[in-house]
Design a protein around this ligand. Structure first.
Ligand code: G3I
Length: 396
């Protein structure tokens, strides 16, 4: 007996299911990507190269054993960064032990496939191990910090292009001098923790591009304007003291529905960074779409893609931007879907923030990013005279 499912006969229904499964599987193969026109000369890394950029993703090292995931990294990326593997929590199971297992996986992978690497991050107020509070004191904090940096940077000496040495040091609402965040390291060492970290990193690997990385500088609003000013003040003060510092990371966690524009504020900030003789990286690019007031997937995907375009057209106009790192590969693993769903505005709607969907099929966001690289190439931004005061360590 033939019965109906969703208005269709069972045979029709099963055939549709089989087609959908075949499509899903097919969309996960390199052959399918070639058909979709995204491999080889059509890959992100090839388009980025023409625009004078490195590009790639934050890597979840647990996923490196997934052949599709690994294939995308090899096919699309010229630079990678670990999303978590080089933070204190995975590296420091106890005060006197280092565990490099996860980080080594990525470093070996990148070396095998000749992909550049960024390190992230040596000093941050998050991802601090449980033992930290009861073990690290004002008396031993400097030794802990310097030994950590010597061991971690030293282990990967010559294998990293750049390191995020200090991450997110500014938080005006903490009411500390210079707008510094009242972080564990600030509480233990005062503002000096920043220069201690940069000096230790330079000592451990003299050829690294040492980066200060922060968020909240992208929008034309008062909050971001204040953060931009405070970060620039910090960078100027470090430079004036001869602290080794080569680059600034703009995290680039942007939003699909946000009342402020991205424009002059970011342009001026990037020019000011450039005037300090520093390179620029867009380090953690993704689009938070929690605020979009509609569920329709194609509509959301188009808006997300347009958000990437609007941001990158400003961000990539500066010739000292040397790399674009996207904070994840496929939507099923974005950090924006982490944590309790009640913290999200759309608790029943996983975010579609990244260039690939749950089945690693490229989405409009992928093509928007690639088009933005082409736009930079066409406009000649990458061939404009780069800052004469610094060495171009990235060699691109
Ligand atoms: O793996 C465990 C899982 O077993 C457990 O059930 C679950 C419970 O919450 O936690 C899982 O670990 C989480 C991990 O992400 C994997 O999802 C950690 O709690 C969570 O802290 C961790 O978050 C990472 C976060 O940094 C802290 O390290 C995010 O993936 C990562 O995207 C995020 O990245 C930061 C940058 O380093 C700095 N800039 C902001 C950016 C986003 O927060």
């Amino acid at each position: 007996m033939e019965y109906l499912l969703a208005g269709r006969s069972r045979r029709e229904f099963l055939s549709t299911l089989a087609q959908a499964a075949a499509f899903t599987l097919a969309s996960r193969t390199p052959a399918a990507w070639a058909q979709q026109g995204i491999s080889g000369p059509n890959s992100l890394k090839a388009h980025a190269h023409r625009a004078g950029l490195l590009t790639g993703f934050a890597v979840d090292t647990n996923l490196l054993s997934d052949p599709t995931y690994a294939r995308i990294l090899v096919e699309q990326a010229s630079i990678l960064v670990p999303e978590r593997a080089l933070k204190w929590v995975p590296l420091r199971p106890s005060p006197d032990k280092f565990d490099f297992t996860q980080a080594d996986l990525l470093v070996d992978f990148a070396q095998r496939h000749k992909i550049h690497l960024r390190g992230h991050t040596l000093v941050w107020h998050e991802a601090i191990p449980d033992w930290f509070d009861s073990t690290v004191t004002k008396d031993n904090a400097r030794r802990f910090l310097e030994e950590h940096i010597a061991a971690v940077v030293g282990r990967y000496k010559g294998k990293m292009q750049s390191w995020d040495v200090v991450n997110e040091a500014i938080l005006p609402k903490d009411n500390q001098p210079g707008g510094l965040r009242n972080s564990p390291w600030f509480k233990l060492l005062g503002p000096d923790y920043i220069e201690i970290a940069f000096r230790a990193a330079r000592k451990a690997d003299p050829h690294l591009v040492l980066t200060y990385n922060d968020y909240g500088v992208e929008y034309d609003n008062d909050e971001d304007a204040e953060r931009r000013k405070l970060i620039l003040d910090l960078l100027r003060s470090l430079k004036s003291k001869g602290v080794p510092l080569d680059a600034v990371g703009i995290q680039s966690h942007i939003k699909a529905a946000y009342p402020a524009t991205i424009g002059q504020g970011l342009r001026d900030y990037m020019s000011a960074v450039r005037d300090l003789g520093l390179q620029l990286f867009l380090t953690e690019l993704d689009v938070n779409e929690d605020d979009l007031p509609y569920d329709d997937v194609p509509h959301r995907d188009q808006t997300i893609a347009q958000t990437y375009t609007d941001f990158l057209n400003v961000g990539l106009a500066n010739p000292d931007v040397k790399a674009v790192l996207i904070w994840g590969v496929g939507d099923s693993h974005t950090w924006l879907n982490n944590g309790p769903t009640h913290h999200r505005k759309q608790p029943n709607r996983p975010q579609r923030s990244l260039p690939f969907d749950n089945d690693y099929k490229p989405k409009p966001a992928f093509f928007a990013i690639r088009d933005a690289f082409d736009q930079r190439h066409r406009s000649g931004s990458n061939t404009k005279k780069s800052n004469p005061h610094k060495a171009d360590h990235l060699g691109i």
